[in-house]
Design a protein around this ligand. Sequence first.
Ligand SMILES: [Zn+2]
Length: 141
Amino acid sequence: MNQFRYRLLRFFQGRYGTDQLNRGMFALAIVFALLAYFPKLGFLIFPETLLFILILLRMFSKNISKRYAENQKYLALTSPIRSFFRDILYNLRNKKAFHERNKGYKIFSCPRCGQRIRIPKGRGKVEIHCQKCSQTFIRRT
Ligand SMILES: [Zn+2]
């Protein structure tokens, strides 16, 4: 191992590193940075810089138990907000998966029972038979 890498490793040893609080502050700093482009919001560059300094200080801190406690506090305080965003992300991912699964298909619902039926696209007018209630109906695919 070369000298530089050794010293780098030594430097990071026993340092706190990153956690959810740091990631949260990072996200907030990015929001500030973007908003600071607006003429009247230029002052946001100061809280943004402050956040980045805080992130660095926490990352390289050797007081691990204190940083850990801060993170726990942050997690407790923000748990409703974070679960709100987690749900949004989850639904977006599922929507995308749904879209992937049904690529090249059209989804119809049975006029009698509402059962959803998947038919390949581009077959022209077809007679669709509902497996659930035996209703048949005609749709353009
Ligand atoms: Zn039906």
